[in-house]
Write a protein that binds this ligand. Structure first.
Ligand SMILES: *[C@@H]1O[C@H](CO)[C@@H](O)[C@H](O)[C@H]1NC(C)=O
Ligand SMILES: *[C@@H]1O[C@H](CO)[C@@H](O)[C@H](O)[C@H]1NC(C)=O
Ligand SMILES: *[C@@H]1O[C@H](CO)[C@@H](O)[C@H](O)[C@H]1NC(C)=O
Ligand SMILES: *[C@@H]1O[C@H](CO)[C@@H](O)[C@H](O)[C@H]1NC(C)=O
Length: 639
């Protein structure tokens, strides 16, 4: 029988409508059967198809097929194959329960109604990739209403616009070290003191960091673009202002790096991706404007894993300074590696699900993933409007506090950004706090905080939503696909650097029905209410910073977390002669939304009496008995 014969499909309709209801109780069973018939009738493909064991009507069909009268309502070959294709495809929507006439009607509806509507919308809002424009109006507000009430007095007393700054503790005497390397590893606060007391200029600092970026990048593969010209110009301005006695605050004259999903005019904004590697966006990202206004000096656009996924990018794969035989994870790979290795004093990264916490933990840097919505994301490549956040990677929690104070705020072009009612982390009395610890918490941190008067209680997260990881997966992937629709349609995903990552996930996202996307958002609401109940007795909790379930939960709820380095353990497969390479140990301090100051205050308390956060990685001194990476020719470092 020729492929796509109208006779066959008509025959099938007759059979399934007349026989199935009588012989089979389950409509699902009947579909399994007729689907196989369609397959065998209409396709000549090489697949051998056995339908005898499942299909009770096979015999009847065989016997009767030649005597059934053929109606003259002719279906085109294309129409028939559409029905067959949709029917097969529905299996992958987990929606294989429509009978043949319904599938036929759906195919017609899709062609005549859905597709024109999709095309119209796509033309209206999706003719460019990257999600910089036309954000979804599905706005996620991570604030828990009652906190707004609780903070009302605070809001009234201290106007909560971004100009109301924290009271930074004044740093004692700081003396300029003689070695540049020692300067490179100073905190923002210390560098600020050197600048303010005119022991160093912003120009000199810019020199030191640019030199280090050039020297170590061949090993670390952490930099996409050096913004050298801009840096010297900004440093010059900072020095001139300072000479006139005009001090802009703690970031005045301090060099830094931005993850390369953040747009800065005149330089490439590559999103780490081959497809976009020559892209120049004539936009100042909001976070860049804030840092510029604070007098900070941009020295580099740092690696984002391709399209903000993992640590593989179009020019290589970013290495962990603590163990150059392994990679940073991602996707804020460049910010983590560069901060860790003293190539910048701080950097701005981003997280949708783990992109700050994972690389910060691996590279042993202190990092704040703020409450969702704290930092406006205008000008930043978007994965998901309800998950993406910007946050700082620093040398200490107090630097993170200064950074969040500088970059927080609402921008009208990022609908989910808010002026979050953060209180001053430097004023928190930690002895009034009750902090829970999960089984996965680093007990060293728990003990230190306890000794500092924090009330510590054992704690377990109690929630019934079992699909936390898949809610995150669906939300992130569908949102991402919406922002890279054209990219997938045009087959540009074939260029993606790691074919088993976004390309596979975004093809699957194509088959997520909208209703299931919304159901996932409803389940997310339930999770949020349940997690909220968990904070009845505690102000914060300590637990694993990289546990995937907790990473998904924290991001779906919008919880802030501070990642704190707490020590080291020996690397696995220790080389015989020993090595300076280390595996970092970290923990996470989690707080409710809008309470980043609690997590920061606890992290600062811990760091005030420990020095794990101050250690320097053995990036060019792996030890006499150790092997350098296979890309060893890259490891021949100069000057
Ligand atoms: C499919 O189901 C609808 C509604 O139950 C029914 O009207 C129609 O005849 C069915 N079609 C077939 C081919 O079974
Ligand atoms: C967990 O939460 C449920 C309802 O949210 C509550 O009934 C139950 O008592 C809680 N269990 C514990 C151990 O707190
Ligand atoms: C999403 O789920 C799929 C299937 O379990 C998994 O392969 C993939 O890694 C997940 N993606 C992320 C980012 O978690
Ligand atoms: C934290 O989670 C990661 C990932 O699941 C795991 O490898 C690590 O052992 C955990 N650490 C602790 C202290 O539980």
């Amino acid at each position: 029988m020729p492929r796509g014969s109208p006779f066959a499909i008509l025959l099938l309709f007759v059979l399934s409508s007349s026989l199935v209801p009588r012989l089979l109780a389950s409509p699902l069973g009947s579909m399994a059967c007729s689907a196989k018939r369609i397959q065998s009738l209409l396709s000549n493909r090489a697949q051998s198809y056995s339908y005898t064991q499942n299909c009770r009507y096979h015999k009847i069909w065989k016997d009767k097929k030649l005597v059934i009268p053929v109606k003259q309502e002719v279906e085109t070959e294309e129409m028939i194959s559409d029905v067959v294709a949709l029917k097969k495809a529905l299996k992958f929507f987990d929606a294989k329960f429509f009978n043949d006439s319904k599938v036929k009607e759906m195919a017609k509806g899709a062609e005549e109604f859905n597709i024109p509507a999709f095309r119209e919308n796509r033309e209206l809002v999706a003719s460019e990739d990257g999600g910089l424009k036309n954000p979804s109006v599905l706005v996620f507000d991570s604030s828990w209403g009652e906190n707004k009430q609780k903070n009302n007095a605070f809001i009234q007393n201290k106007a909560l616009d971004a100009s109301e700054k924290f009271n930074y503790p004044s740093h004692g005497e700081v003396k300029r070290p003689s070695k540049d390397e020692d300067i490179a590893f100073m905190t923002v606060t210390e560098l600020g003191k050197l600048l303010q007391t005119k022991q160093i200029t912003s120009g000199e600092l810019t020199d030191i960091y640019l030199k280090r970026l050039k020297r170590y990048n061949p090993v670390l593969e952490a930099v996409i673009t050096l913004t050298e010209e801009l840096a010297y110009e900004q440093a010059k301005q900072a020095d001139e202002l300072l000479a006139k006695g005009n001090y802009l605050g703690p970031l005045h004259g301090i060099p830094y790096g931005l993850k390369d999903i953040i747009a800065v005019p005149h330089y490439r904004t590559t999103w780490g991706s081959t497809t976009f590697k020559d892209q120049v966006l004539d936009t100042e990202a909001w976070v860049y404007k804030k840092l510029k206004a604070a007098g900070a000096v941009l020295v580099a656009k740092l690696v984002s894993g391709s399209l903000a996924y993992d640590d593989i990018w179009f020019g290589g794969r970013t290495r962990n300074p603590w163990n150059i035989l392994e990679f940073t994870t991602g996707s804020s790979a460049g910010p983590a590696a560069s901060t860790s290795a003293g190539l910048v004093p701080f950097a701005i990264g981003s997280e949708t699900a783990g992109s700050l916490t994972y690389p910060a933990a691996r590279c042993g840097v202190t990092c704040l993933r703020p409450t969702f919505g704290t930092v406006a994301r205008t000008g930043v490549m978007s994965i998901s409007e309800s998950l993406d956040k910007l946050g700082p990677m620093c040398r200490s929690a107090s630097d993170c506090a200064i950074l969040i104070d500088t970059i927080r705020g609402k921008d009208e072009n990022d609908l989910s950004s808010r002026n979050v009612a953060l209180q001053d982390p430097f004023q928190v009395e930690i002895s009034k706090l009750t902090v829970g610890y999960l089984e996965s918490a680093e007990m060293k941190v728990v003990d230190v905080l306890s000794s500092k008067g924090v009330k510590i209680v054992p704690f377990k997260l109690n929630y019934t939503v079992g699909s936390v990881q898949s809610i995150l997966n669906i939300t992130m992937d569908v949102d991402m696909l919406a922002h890279f629709d054209r990219w997938q349609r045009e087959g540009l995903d074939n260029q993606f650097e790691a074919q088993d990552q976004w390309p596979v996930e975004l093809r699957r996202a194509r088959l997520v029905p909208a209703v299931d996307y919304i159901q996932a958002q409803r389940a997310r609401g339930k999770l949020i209410r349940e997690v909220k109940d968990n904070f009845r007795e505690i102000d914060a909790f300590i637990g694993n910073a990289t546990d995937w379930e907790l990473v998904c939960l924290g991001n779906l709820v919008g919880l802030p977390v501070v990642v704190v380095p707490t020590g080291f353990k020996p690397v696995k497969d220790l080389p015989e002669g020993g090595t300076n390479r280390r595996t970092t140990i970290t923990t996470g301090i989690y707080a409710p939304p809008d309470h980043d100051h609690i997590a920061l205050a606890l992290a600062m308390a811990y760091q005030s009496v420990t020095n794990h956060h101050k250690q320097r990685p053995p990036v060019d001194d792996v030890g006499p008995g150790d092997q350098v990476p296979s890309s060893s020719e890259k490891f021949q470092m100069c000057c």
